[in-house]
Write a protein that binds this ligand. Structure first.
Ligand code: ADP
Length: 205
């Protein structure tokens, strides 16, 4: 993998700091600090629960900002499928959010890391990227799935998230051009930035 890392200070209107990793094929992975409901992309990923019933954290923020239509779509999915398994995701429209789709990913509750949590967390990112490719999505934003109420250690989760996304972006055939990690707090941003800088630095052009 060959990529270029750039740091931007100041950022745009909706975010403060940004780190950009550009792969040899021109595709980009960006880290920004901000509120995922405020940043325009084709698809926003939600950190949902298996029952798809809504909750706090980023899920609450997405439903508040997107309006009741998103929950109505989830009600229909629940009627059809019952629930969404951990490590997977389902797609709805985005209501009044600045996006076309929301992908509701169900991350693992962290126990000790030896109960399948890493594979399930990776599964969330892979499934959302698969949903994105099926729908012709070019830009997609992710929160730090499972690192809030579900208790996944931030550094381990950040490594899984960035590497899973990087592996996808490196593929020549992908339609997704840009993936944003939208980190809500400075600590989470710094953690992701440190891991990305360390793990991708050797590949700088
Ligand atoms: P989980 O149950 O998967 O842990 P949470 O919503 O509790 O989900 O937390 C996941 C991450 O989302 C946490 O790092 C939290 O700080 C972050 N978060 C909360 N609100 C927002 C938001 N509006 N935009 C982006 N990230 C958010």
């Amino acid at each position: 993998m060959i990529c270029r890392i750039r740091w931007k200070e100041g950022g745009g209107v909706n975010y403060h700091t940004a780190m950009e990793i550009e792969f040899a094929n021109g595709k980009k992975l960006r880290l920004v600090q901000g509120d995922i409901t405020k940043i325009r992309v084709d698809a926003i990923v939600n950190a949902a629960n298996s029952a798809l019933v809504g909750g706090g954290g980023v899920d609450g923020a997405i439903h508040r900002a997107g309006g009741p239509g998103i929950m109505r779509e989830l009600d229909a999915i629940r009627t059809q499928l019952g629930y969404c398994p951990t490590g997977s995701a389902v797609a709805t429209g985005a209501g009044s959010l600045p996006a076309q789709y929301v992908f509701h990913a169900v991350g693992p509750v962290y126990h000790d890391g030896h109960h399948g949590e890493p594979a399930e967390l990776e599964g969330c990112y892979r499934k959302c990227l698969e949903l994105a490719e099926e729908r012709g999505v070019r830009t997609i934003s992710f929160p730090a799935i499972s690192t809030g109420a579900y208790g996944y250690p931030g550094a381990e989760a950040a490594r899984i998230a960035t590497h899973t996304v990087a592996r996808h972006l490196e593929k020549p055939e992908t339609g997704v051009r840009e993936v944003l990690f939208v980190l809500f707090d400075g600590g989470s941003y710094d953690l992701h930035a440190a891991i990305a800088a360390a793990d991708f630095r050797n590949q700088i052009k």
